[in-house]
Design a protein around this ligand. Structure first.
Ligand SMILES: *Cc1c(COP(=O)(O)O)cnc(C)c1O
Length: 356
C-alpha cells in the first residue's frame, strides 16, 4: 500500500512522475534506449533540458525578463559557496539573515570569501520565528535569505525591497506559492524538497548581476559559464532533470503555482487548525511565521508519544518524526502530498485525543 509520505526530503513526488520516469528508464520516448544510456548531447535529451529550463521560467513568471534557469549538481549546499564566489567582491561584504540551520550553513561558507554580516538572527530562540524589522546595508554586495526553514517550520511571508541583489535559498518552498519572483536576482533550490529527486539543483539567475565582482571563478562554479553552455557545461544529472521536468509539467497541468498554492493553503489550514484545537498538541513555530510546507509540532505530554507513534504508523503514515533540533513531529506537506493524506493525520490526532 502506498504510504502517506511526510518526509522532509527527499520527498513525495506525484505518482505519475514515478510511473513516467520508471518508463523512461526502460524505454525513453519509444527509442528502444533507456534515458540512462543515451548521450546528454542527443537530440532527445537536449530537448528535455531545454524544456525543463523553459518551464521553470514560465511557472515563475520570469520569461523574457533577463533570467536564466540552470540545472546543476552539488545540491543547494554547493550554492552556499557559488553565490558568494559569483557575487562577492574582493574586499566586499555580504548581508545574511540567519533563520535556521541551512541559513547558518550558508553564512559559514560565505565567511570563507569575505566579510559576512548577519543582520538579524533568531538563533537564540532556537529559530522559532523569522526576525523582522532589520535593515539591509545598502553597501553590501548582496542580501541572502532562506524563504522556508525546513527544519524549524518557519517561512518568510515578506521579503525586503533592496537595491542590491536579492539572493534566496528556496529549496523547500519553491513552486509552492505565488511570489513576485522578479524581486529576486538569484534563487536556488535543491530539487529533492519540492521539485524532483535528489541530484540536481535549480538555479534561477538574473544575468545582469553576473561578471561584476572581479574574481576569477573556477569554471564549474561560474554561473555565466553554465549559462553559456545552456546548462550542459559537463554531463548534467540526466535522470533528476528529467524527473523534475515531469513534476513541473504535472504542476503546469494542474494550473501552475496559483492552483497549487490554494491546495497547499488548504492542507496547512487543516493541520494547523487541528494542532491549535487539539489539547494534546502545540505548534513549535511562531504562528505568524508558520510554514505551509513543514509544520513542526509537539505533544504537550511526551507520555503519549509511544501511543501516538503506533497509531500514525498503523494509519500508513511515514516520515513524521521531527528533526532532532526541534524534537516532536514535522509534517512536510510538499506540493505532491494530497489533502487526503493530511486528513488521515488529523483523524489520527483526533483518535488519540479520544483514547487518552
Ligand atoms: C535541504 C536544504 C538544503 C540542503 O540541500 P542539499 O541539496 O542537500 O545540499 C539547503 N537549504 C534548505 C532550505 C534546505 O531545505
Amino acid at each position: 500500500m502506498k504510504k502517506h509520505n511526510y518526509s522532509a526530503g527527499p520527498c513525495i513526488l506525484p505518482q505519475e512522475v514515478f510511473e513516467k520516469s520508471a518508463q523512461a528508464i526502460l524505454n525513453f520516448n519509444d527509442s528502444g534506449l533507456s534515458l540512462l544510456e543515451i548521450s546528454h548531447r542527443s537530440k532527445d535529451f537536449v530537448a528535455v533540458m531545454d524544456e525543463a529550463r523553459a518551464i521553470v521560467l514560465e511557472l515563475l513568471g520570469l520569461e523574457g525578463k533577463g533570467y536564466s534557469a540552470l540545472f546543476l549538481a552539488g545540491g543547494a549546499s554547493l550554492e552556499f559557496i557559488m553565490a558568494p564566489y559569483n557575487l562577492m567582491k574582493e574586499g566586499g561584504k555580504a548581508a545574511y539573515l540567519d533563520t535556521g540551520t541551512w541559513a547558518a550553513a550558508a553564512i559559514k561558507e560565505a565567511k570563507l570569501f569575505g566579510e559576512t554580516v548577519v543582520i538579524a538572527s533568531s538563533k537564540e530562540e532556537n529559530y522559532n520565528h523569522i526576525p523582522k524589522g532589520y535593515t539591509v546595508p545598502a553597501d553590501a554586495d548582496y542580501f541572502h535569505c532562506t524563504s522556508n526553514n525546513t527544519i524549524f517550520g518557519t517561512q518568510m511571508k515578506e521579503f525586503p525591497s533592496v537595491d542590491i541583489p536579492l539572493v534566496c535559498d528556496m529549496s523547500s518552498d519553491i513552486f509552492s506559492r505565488e511570489l513576485d519572483f522578479s524581486k529576486f536576482d538569484l534563487i536556488y533550490a535543491g530539487a529533492q524538497k519540492n521539485m524532483g529527486p535528489a541530484g540536481t539543483t535549480l538555479i534561477v539567475v538574473k544575468e545582469e548581476i553576473l561578471g561584476k565582482n572581479g574574481r576569477i571563478i573556477p569554471s564549474m562554479l561560474d554561473y555565466a559559464k553554465h549559462i553559456k553552455a545552456e546548462s550542459m557545461y559537463n554531463t548534467p544529472p540526466v535522470f533528476p532533470v528529467y524527473a523534475s521536468l515531469l513534476t513541473l509539467q504535472w504542476l503546469k497541468n494542474l494550473g501552475g503555482i496559483a492552483a497549487i498554492e490554494k491546495i497547499n493553503n488548504a492542507k496547512a489550514a487543516l493541520l494547523y487548525g487541528e494542532i491549535d484545537r487539539n489539547p494534546l498538541f502545540k505548534g513549535a513555530a511562531a504562528v505568524e511565521d508558520r510554514s505551509t510546507m513543514n509544520a513542526t509540532f509537539l505533544l504537550n505530554d511526551e507520555a503519549h508519544a509511544a501511543t501516538f507513534d503506533a497509531m500514525w504508523k498503523a494509519a500508513g503514515i511515514s516520515g513524521l518524526p521531527g528533526h532532532r533540533s526541534v524534537g516532536g513531529y514535522r509534517a512536510s506537506m510538499y506540493n505532491a502530498l494530497p489533502l487526503e493524506s493530511v486528513q488521515v493525520l488529523v483523524d489520527v490526532m483526533q483518535a488519540l485525543e479520544a483514547k487518552v
